[in-house]
Write a protein that binds this ligand. Structure first.
Ligand SMILES: NC(=O)c1ccc[n+]([C@@H]2O[C@H](COP(=O)([O-])OP(=O)(O)OC[C@H]3O[C@@H](n4cnc5c(N)ncnc54)[C@H](O)[C@@H]3O)[C@@H](O)[C@H]2O)c1
Length: 357
């Protein structure tokens, strides 16, 4: 399958590796900054002869990929995704799939119209620990779920934001919830289902050089009657501490932890040997982005070949985005927010929330 990548920055190595691991034919690499592509060619000798583009529309027209991954700054995802879809190209879109609900909806609708697949890159769904929990949930092993918690306790310092000026802006990114915590917010919502109401606080306590939040705390009421607590921050001293997902059910208690929900740390179900399950369902990885891009790509390739919905669909990307925006809206209005949100809600609605812009 012919594959191209748009955006060759920090996360692009995971995409190139996933494409190689899945034997995709890499036919184009695109970045506005050619050195970014050249750095990746040096790192991955297998792509050294792949054509380099700075104009993604030209690339789409010349190399005619079947599948494209979009790994540019978040505020650019929607425009690029819509262009790819209009060229009848299937897309893997890095999270968040866009920063405006109307754009996310348009991406999903256009993909239906042009008969292509959209996958939102929430790769942590494929972590061994998360898959183990998900299968238990699908088998009904928890019984009724009472509540669940998702937290991300990471550190992002000035040097991280200085690497790329778009980070932490309302136009191109959002803050700790939209950028870092959205993976775990996706997991919580995926496990517990659709959300009814949200009440939240967000703040910027320690990053006066960015516009968006560095802390978010939210209470979530799900339609099935269970509750969730979300805590996401980039303020943890002095380095990344953990990303955890706990689920508390009538007949089961579980925790995925580690730096990015990569270790199963608690597994309590009657008659099960906790120690051996924990051992079998933990992964070690080099960075917090984990090992999930490769299985996510594998699923997307199969979804295209089998003409089915990808495991992490555009609709899943929409719902994760909607929950983050609901948290922002609750902070802004200092009130409980009911879902579904109006499709007019977007990240730039929150400009000036923490400092004058
Ligand atoms: N899934 C994950 O775990 C994960 C991890 C990190 C980042 N991300 C997401 O990936 C995206 C990129 O993040 P990053 O940290 O790699 O950013 P980055 O700034 O390091 O890289 C983005 C690249 O996109 C390029 N670009 C921008 N507009 C372009 C265009 N029109 N055509 C071609 N190239 C263009 C930029 O020049 C830059 O090199 C963001 O949406 C981010 O939220 C996801």
């Amino acid at each position: 399958m012919r594959y191209a990548l748009i955006g060759c920055g920090r996360i692009s190595v995971n995409h190139i590796q996933a494409a190689l691991n899945n034997n995709l034919e890499i036919v184009g690499l695109c970045d506005l900054i050619p050195e970014r592509v050249n750095e990746k060619k040096e790192k991955f000798p297998l792509v050294k002869d792949v054509p380099l583009y700075t104009d993604y529309v030209k690339m789409l027209e010349e190399v005619k990929p079947t599948l494209v991954a979009i790994a540019t700054e978040s505020g650019e995802h929607a425009k690029i995704a819509k262009e790819c879809i209009r060229h009848k190209v299937n897309v893997i879109i890095e999270k968040p799939i866009s920063l405006a609900l109307s754009d996310a909806r348009e991406i999903i609708n256009l993909a239906n119209e042009y008969h292509v697949k959209v996958c939102a890159c929430h790769q942590n769904r494929f972590n061994k620990a998360i898959q183990k929990i998900r299968l238990a949930l699908e088998d009904g092993k928890f019984g009724r779920i009472f509540h669940a918690t998702a937290n991300i306790r990471w550190n992002r310092d000035k040097s991280y934001y200085e690497q790329a000026k778009w980070r932490g802006t309302w136009e191109q990114d959002g803050g700790a919830l939209m950028n870092q915590c959205i993976h775990n917010i996706d997991l919580l919502r995926w496990m517990l289902g659709d959300v009814e109401e949200v009440f939240a606080y967000t703040d910027n306590l320690n990053h006066d050089y960015i516009a968006a939040e560095d802390l978010g705390v939210a209470l979530v009421k799900f339609k099935n009657g269970s509750y969730g607590i979300i805590e996401g921050t980039t303020n943890i001293y002095p380095k990344n501490l953990e990303e955890t997902l706990y689920i508390f059910g009538e007949k089961g208690t579980v925790k995925a932890g580690g730096s990015s929900v990569n270790k199963l740390e608690v597994w309590r179900f009657e008659g099960e040997d906790e120690e051996s399950v924990l051992k079998e369902n933990s992964e070690v990885h080099q960075n917090v982005y984990g090992l999930g891009h490769t299985p996510l790509y594998k699923d997307m390739i199969e979804a295209i070949n089998e003409d089915r919905t990808p495991y992490v669909s555009g609709e899943d990307g929409y719902k994760a985005l909607e929950l983050v925006l609901a948290i922002y809206l609750s902070k802004k209005t200092h009130s409980k927010v009911t879902l579904p949100l109006s499709e007019s809600v977007k990240s730039t609605d929150f400009k000036g929330l923490f400092k004058e812009e």
